[in-house]
Design a protein around this ligand. Structure first.
Ligand SMILES: Cc1cc2nc3c(=O)[nH]c(=O)nc-3n(C[C@H](O)[C@H](O)[C@H](O)COP(=O)(O)OP(=O)(O)OC[C@H]3O[C@@H](n4cnc5c(N)ncnc54)[C@H](O)[C@@H]3O)c2cc1C
Ligand code: FES
Ligand code: FES
Length: 1468
């Protein structure tokens, strides 16, 4: 490959050599890889290594986590092996040189899983599985690092995972995290058999393998060259229980040191032996799915089929429960079988090298001197440390760096001065940190030294605190202080600390030698510094105060989410008092208040000489800060009032902390203690009285193990097809504009696109699509209506080329006015035709006026709830494979909707549906976001595929996905409620508006469901609800779990709260007074039937959670605490099941084929997105056909098997498909009846099927079912003819308790209890998972997740960096879930009497919102605020802080000047 000609001074030092490293035990030599590849790009290019996922590409989700095994260079630990979890999506490929990269495939496979993988699978830690490999690898690094080879113990406590943030860089959108934490914690307490650092000794493994463990934990290490393998390496002394050497080749297979397979990159011939077999435990997907508290008395109805491969262990004895946790039989952890550090790498020569091509070159200096030569020759060369800034710039800001130097392997830049235990700490005047030491290392040294220095080390404690909440663990493992400092971000968390303590930087260049830069003058403007272009930062000097000084330094950070989030305001303060308690030195440094990190200079000047312990000083400081940070309402980044209030609030906290630390007086602990989160725990009521032979058992997700080992295949994991091309969409960068010109020519050419398609590539009529109304162009046609709307699609040989080509297309726009918000749409009369209403009581006759007159009280209000991004971990992906012979298309798509994919691919390609096979095996989460929006990508690729006659693939980048695929609808309600004086609801009138975006998609249907849930659980005799669908220029909003229901019930609870507060009736009382009773009518005239259990659920959960007593104690708490408030809320839900307004969708088909060997192929119309549908459906089929579960196999969902399948949505997947399967099984059972009669009822399926085959019996059956009873007709108000809208209601109640930090708006959920009526569960384990996951998603909707747009209509929240979904530490600290038991369901006619559960629990997340509201209300009362509280959703820290109405807020309020608008727009 042609390479850029290098400057001679570099060419003499740096040699072009293959990149050499190990990957899962195999030696790799890589010549001339693409210089634009990250480590992830390389890994995913390898056959069989698709387990490492791309979720975001910006270090924000953890799906790409791999482990780097390398030697520690720290002086005290030199030569030991360490394991770093890193984000492969950011990690430079060159950074792998000389190291061992371990991916999820390297630690186990489904035949032979790592015990951690097995445990995660069995304990339901994986639903869609897309996040799972990353989480497994984060935990793997933790476990391996926790082994101390010197003392031979695992130093790990189960609480470390949460307290030390080991999973704070991983997101999961499905599980609600609880089962993942449970799997991880029990692995630590049960599998790591060493002495754990804190806590009890680990449980002994009882299986026979334990005696074969080839290591013990006693005895000193022989020398510090141990490879660090848990269990000991060959250099450790041979001390084992059985006398065998830990390195004995019979107990662990050694890694090959030599590659025998030459080539551009090589795999060792012994690579497969790199991992030895740990325990030969048979892992069948069914072997561990045993019920908990099984009611099965006879497990001998053995239906295992002898002689076939479809045996099952489903009838193994039931698992025990201990402390509410199912006790499974796990393979024992055998650390001696872990991958060892390749011996060849110990001898690896650290040499300078380079690789690249004519446009991009990577250099890898290994000494500072070599780096200085680079900088001297190329001052613009990009230094790359952890790459956590650089890679984001490349990927999302289109930066391109022709020369990059990877500097993290330069030891001189990573040195951290080690201070021995006997060091006189008083003699230390400063701490010197290597500029590119990893933040994890800096965090550790700060922790150590601050402990030893005591109060003098408060600056280091401040630094440690900032680092604990800095990015995620994977980033902290590689990112550096220098990277943070040199980036000069105005919201850097480190720079305020360095500024406030008077730190300085040591820099160096070839021309200038060493020189010093003071932090106080380092930042010159937005992302500019005084660092000369040819220089590098080598060290950071942090001064310590003199021993006698009375000095305190503290740091603070406020962000939307506590873990892994960038700051809104970040600050560090330092004050030194003289003997008289007066301020002799003070520094107040802030991030987030200006375009660079700044000191509040005039405030500090005014405070010098003042007595600290005086409220006048505090007041003067606050007033001065308010003046100094006189933010403009339109300040970039928005939140002017919140930022200003925070600037003062943090100083307020600091003032009190100093009083407390220097013992100047008593302070309220609530003021100085930030919200602190404990270790989470919780339970599931694992009792299932309805359990049958297969149905009702807690069988883990059938793909769980494969998901944990990385073998589960998603669309983008399908191996490359012959002559495949990659597509990239060209997206509008304007919200509303005319397309004046689209110039494709710059995108075409070598190294860029091979071609493109746009509106000219298909007939005009084929360019329109939509689920209900076909109003959205596939390709923009003369006009763009939304930022992110596709204009065309380019395709190229590789993804990187296609994406570069898409950026190169030149588009000229003529801007048009854009409508973004619901208010703007109402004002402009911009609506899609909808016009549906609900009328009940007097509204039917048009006599509402008379009703209002009769009401004692009438309340009116407006309630807003923002939208929600689906944030499934797998973005939309598709692969279209044309068959040129038959003119057919095989379309793999991450879709919930195979039928619509087929329909529209047929339309754009011009072939009939029978030539389009739309297929999906599984999705990495969907939540409604892939019900319709997935169609767009599949069709764009199909157009290109048809044009070129070649396969086309694309997986959207996270920002593309967020721009193009829409969200949950933001909704605004203008409501009026009339009541009696004692709180009986009499009338409701409401106008509901949803923000549809630029096309209709399913917005009308969402509005329909929204209208039908505006009653939640309350009877209102007279109702008039009008739905409106607003047309705006945002992306087209779509289905999202709940489909308008959660928004509606939120509005209901908001008006109920307003009524309760207005009438002075406790909200719980008001709810009880108005709860539906059996026989009453909903606003859509459906009768509440005998299965109405909400009253029972409320009374039971109230008792079970001790609600009344807790409410009283919270009220007591709030009366005694001003700065810390608590709240509790008990919220019910009723959710209607069926496709409410599209009757035709309530049908399903299934195909069941019994082969002559007794194995059974099952297809149905449902798709698997993590919700466990395939597992439940297989259980149903196994139950019906009287076979073991493993006899059933469902490979995928495909339109060639099931015609006209409804989307898997509306929580109806099990209801519809389950009944269709039952129908097919009934047919087959009838045909098999004569053979059962002949061979006996327990004859195995092989015998039956074989005999039936010989008798020429059809063993294939198509099942079909359509939902009876339902058939609501809008506009029919005649109760005698109207049919039910919903088949039944899933019901539930949640109680949540929260604590709020009044000063900042941060909160934590102390406890949540959920009780659900879900009928007779087909698989309780899966249903618990659905409930927990939905609740946490709801918690995100109502408290955290906020989409924002810039004024010109661009979506501003386009990735995990700016859009925050709940992380591990946002779930309730105590989280309990139980099912309603002991009732009969007389009206329910669903399959196995189960109920849909996917969507209903999501709304219960609102219990957190309303608990927070209670806390805020208490603070407002303390502050004398009397106006009613209107709190819109989400209750972000900003909204909460701005609602408490205290003096600080009053000082901080920024009033907009005329025509000033907020920087960001929220569109509800
Ligand atoms: C998901 C995510 C979360 C983040 N969270 C936070 C957060 O919570 N708080 C926060 O403050 N930041 C955060 N960041 C920003 C970033 O992680 C930090 O700025 C980090 O410290 C950068 O270090 P790095 O080694 O990765 O820098 P790199 O990306 O390698 O480099 C960044 C810049 O520093 C320069 N540089 C690196 N080393 C030197 C040197 N020795 N001399 C001169 N110049 C040098 C590089 O040339 C480059 O311009 C986050 C980033 C991501 C992607
Ligand atoms: S893909 Fe790397 S962190 Fe999301
Ligand atoms: S299982 Fe975690 S994202 Fe789906």
């Amino acid at each position: 490959m042609e390479t850029m000609e290098l400057n001679p001074s570099i060419a003499t030092v740096f040699k072009k050599t293959p990149l050499e490293f190990y990957l899962n035990g195999t030696r790799i030599q890589l010549s001339d890889p693409n210089p634009q590849w990250t480590l992830l790009d390389f890994i995913r290019s390898q056959h069989g290594l698709k387990g490492t996922k791309l979720g975001c590409g910006e270090g924000g989700c953890g799906a790409c986590t791999v482990v780097i095994q390398t030697l520690d260079t720290h002086r005290e630990r030199r030569g030991r092996v360490k394991h770093l979890a890193v984000n492969a999506c950011l990690f430079p490929l060159i950074g792998a040189v000389g190291k061992h990269v371990i991916t999820v495939e390297g630690i186990g496979n489904s035949e032979n899983p790592h015990p951690l993988q097995e445990r995660m699978a069995k304990l339901h830690g994986s639903q869609c599985g897309f996040c799972t490999p990353g989480i497994v690898m984060s935990l793997y690094a933790l476990i391996r690092n926790s082994y101390d080879p010197v003392i031979k113990e695992f130093r790990l406590d189960e609480s470390d995972i949460e307290l030390e943030g080991h999973l704070d860089g991983n997101l999961c959108r499905c599980t609600g995290y609880k089962p993942i934490l449970q799997a991880a914690k029990t692995f630590i307490t049960e599998d790591l058999k060493g002495t754990i650092a804190v806590g009890e000794n680990l449980k002994e493994c009882t299986s026979s393998e334990s005696s074969e463990l080839s290591y013990t934990f006693d005895g000193p290490a022989k020398n510090n060259f141990s490879c660090g393998r848990p269990g000991g390496c060959c250099r450790d002394p041979p001390k084992t229980t059985d006398g065998r050497s830990p390195s004995d080749e019979t107990s662990s297979t050694k890694l090959s040191e030599h590659s025998s397979d030459p080539g551009s990159h090589e795999r060792s011939s012994t690579s497969e032996s790199a991992i030895s077999t740990p325990d030969d435990v048979e892992i069948s997907s069914t072997s561990y799915g045993k019920p908990i508290k099984s009611n099965e008395t006879n497990s001998s109805d053995g239906l295992a089929v002898e002689g076939t491969k479809t045996t099952t262990q489903i009838d193994t004895p039931a698992s025990k429960i201990e402390h509410g946790i199912p006790q499974y039989d796990f393979a024992c952890y055998s650390p001696g079988t872990e991958l060892i550090f390749p011996a060849a790498l110990r001898k690896f020569e650290q040499a300078p090298l380079f690789y690249g091509n004519s446009t991009h070159v990577w250099l890898r200096p290994v000494t500072l001197e070599q780096l200085l030569i680079i900088k001297d020759a190329y001052p613009s060369a990009k230094l790359v440390g952890g790459a956590s800034e650089v890679q984001v710039e490349i990927r999302f800001k289109n930066s391109s760096f022709p020369i990059s130097a990877y500097i993290s392997d330069i030891e001189q830049l990573r040195e951290i001065e080690a201070l021995g235990k006997d060091q006189n700490m008083d003699a230390i005047g400063e701490v010197i940190l290597g500029a590119n030491a990893s933040l994890t290392e800096v965090e550790a040294i700060c922790k150590d030294l601050s402990g030893r220095l005591g109060q003098r080390g408060s600056v280091l404690e401040a630094m440690r605190k900032q680092l604990r909440y800095f990015a995620g663990r994977q980033i902290r493992n590689v990112a550096s202080l220098a990277g943070n400092i040199a980036t000069a971000s105005p919201i850097s968390d480190i720079n305020p600390v360095l500024l406030t303590c008077g730190a300085s930087l040591r820099a160096q260049s070839k021309a200038r030698g060493k020189f010093k830069l003071e932090m106080s003058t380092f930042f010159t403007g937005y992302r500019t510094t005084t660092l000369p272009a040819d220089a590098v930062i080598t060290h950071i000097h942090i001064p310590l105060p003199p021993t006698e000084a009375r000095e305190i330094t503290k740091a603070y950070k406020q962000s939307k989410r506590k873990d892994d989030d960038i700051a809104i305001v970040t600050a560090a303060f330092r004050v030194r008092l003289n003997e008289d308690g007066q301020i002799s030195e003070i520094s107040l440094a802030y991030g987030g208040m200006a375009p660079r990190t700044v000191e509040a200079k005039s405030t500090t000047k005014s405070l010098i000489g003042k007595e600290w312990n005086s409220s006048t000083t505090l007041g003067a400081g606050m007033t001065s800060l308010a003046q100094e940070f006189d933010l403009n309402f339109e300040v970039p980044g928005g939140m002017a009032t919140y930022r200003k209030t925070l600037a003062m609030s943090l100083f307020f906290r600091f003032w009190h902390e100093v009083i407390s630390d220097l013992k100047l007086g008593e302070v309220d602990p609530d003021l100085i203690n930030e919200i602190h989160r404990g270790i989470s725990f919780g339970s599931r009521d694992n009792h299932n009285p309805h359990e049958q032979r297969v149905v009702g058992k807690q069988i883990p997700h059938l793909s769980a193990l494969k998901q944990n080992t990385g073998e589960a295949q998603y669309v983008d994991d399908i191996p490359p097809q012959d002559r495949e091309l990659y597509g990239a969409m060209v997206l509008s960068s304007r919200a509303h504009a005319k397309l004046i010109e689209v110039d494709w020519s710059p995108a075409l050419g070598p190294g860029l696109a091979m071609g493109y398609v746009d509106k000219h590539s298909i007939p005009k009529e084929a360019n329109l699509w939509g689920s209900i109304v076909k109003d959205e162009p596939f390709f923009a046609d003369d006009i763009v209506l939304s930022h992110g709307q596709p204009i065309g699609l380019v395709y190229a040989e590789t993804a990187l080329q296609a994406q570069a080509a898409a950026r190169a297309v030149k588009v000229v726009y003529e801007d048009l006015p854009a409508i973004l918000t619901i208010d703007e749409a109402i004002k402009a009369d911009s609506f899609f035709k909808h016009g549906k209403m609900l009328k009940k009581g007097a509204a039917i006759e048009g006599e509402m006026d008379a009703v209002w007159e009769k009401c004692d009280r009438v309340f009116e209000g407006t309630t807003r709830i923002g939208g929600q991004e689906h944030f499934y971990l797998e973005t939309n992906a598709a692969l279209v494979i044309p068959n040129l012979e038959d003119k057919t298309f095989e379309v793999w798509s991450s879709t919930q909707n195979t039928m619509e994919t087929q329909e529209f691919v047929s339309k754009v390609t011009g072939v009939p549906s029978h030539r389009v096979n739309a297929r999906v095996k599984r999705m990495g989460g969907a939540f409604g976001g892939k019900e319709s929006r997935s169609v767009q990508l599949a069709c764009l690729l199909a157009v290109a595929s048809k044009k070129e006659g070649r396969p086309m693939r694309c997986m959207l980048n996270r920002d593309e996905d967020m721009m193009t695929t829409g969200q949950r609808h933001p909704i605004q309600a203008r409501w009026k409620v009339g009541t009696t004086s004692d709180g009986k609801l009499i009338a409701l009138e409401a106008d509901l508006y949803d923000n549809a975006g630029f096309s209709q998609d399913m917005s009308g249907a969402v509005m329909d469901r929204c209208c039908t849930h505006l009653d939640n659980c309350y009877e209102i005799p007279n109702v008039l609800i009008r739905g409106h669908v607003c047309r705006t220029n945002t992306h087209s909003n779509t289905a999202f779990r709940g489909f308008g229901g959660p928004q509606a019930m939120f509005i209901t609870e908001s008006y109920m709260t307003a009524v309760a507060e207005g009438l002075g009736i406790p909200i719980d009382e008001l709810r009880l007074r108005n709860l539906y009773k059996e026989g009453q009518l909903t606003p859509f005239l459906q009768t509440i039937d005998q299965d109405w259990h909400v009253p029972l659920l409320l009374s039971q959960i109230s008792q079970e959670t001790n609600y009344e007593a807790r409410l009283a104690s919270i009220q007591q708490f709030n009366s005694q605490h001003k700065w810390r408030k608590r709240g509790i809320s008990m919220i019910p839900t009723k959710f209607g099941l069926s496709f409410a307004t599209a009757l035709h969708l309530n049908q399903a088909g299934a195909s069941v084929k019994i082969y002559a060997d007794g194995s059974i192929l099952l297809h149905h119309g449902g798709t698997e997105m993590g919700q466990g549908l395939y597992t439940k459906m297989a259980q149903l089929a196994a139950q019906e056909l009287n076979v073991p579960l493993s006899a059933i196999f469902t490979p995928d969902s495909t339109t060639y098997q099931i015609a006209n399948a409804s989307p898997t949505a509306a929580s109806s997947g099990s209801d519809l498909n389950g009944m269709a399967i039952k129908d097919a099984c009934d047919q087959l059972n009838e045909r098999l009846a004569p053979f059962r009669a002949k061979f006996g009822p327990n004859a195995d399926m092989k015998t039956l099927a074989h005999a039936a085959y010989l008798e020429r019996v059809n063993l294939s059956a198509n099942g079909f079912w359509k939902m009876p009873r339902i058939g609501y007709k809008w506009g029919n108000y005649d109760i005698s003819t109207q049919k039910p809208m919903y088949y039944y209601f899933t019901q539930g109640v949640a109680v949540s308790e929260v604590e709020l930090d009044v000063l900042t708006g941060s909160h934590t959920v102390l406890r949540t209890d959920i009780k659900m009526d879900i009928g007779r569960s087909i698989n309780p384990a899966i249903d618990y998972g659905q409930i927990e996951g939905a609740f946490v998603q709801g918690l995100g909707l109502f408290t955290m997740e906020e989409s924002l747009w810039t004024r010109d209509g661009k979506l501003a929240t386009m990735g995990p960096g700016t859009y925050k979904i709940p992380g591990f530490s946002d779930i309730p600290q105590e989280f309990n879930v139980i099912f309603l038991q002991g009732v009969e369901w007389g009206h329910l006619r669903s399959v196995q009497s189960s109920k849909g559960v996917g969507e209903p629990p999501l709304f219960l997340g609102a219990s957190v919102f309303f608990a927070l509201r209670m806390a805020v209300l208490s603070a407002r009362m303390d502050n004398g605020v009397e106006e009613p509280l209107v709190l819109d959703s989400p209750a972000t820290p900003e909204r909460l802080r701005l609602s408490v109405g205290d003096e600080i807020l009053r000082k901080g309020t920024v009033v907009p000047k005329e025509a000033e608008t907020n920087f960001f727009v929220s569109v509800a």
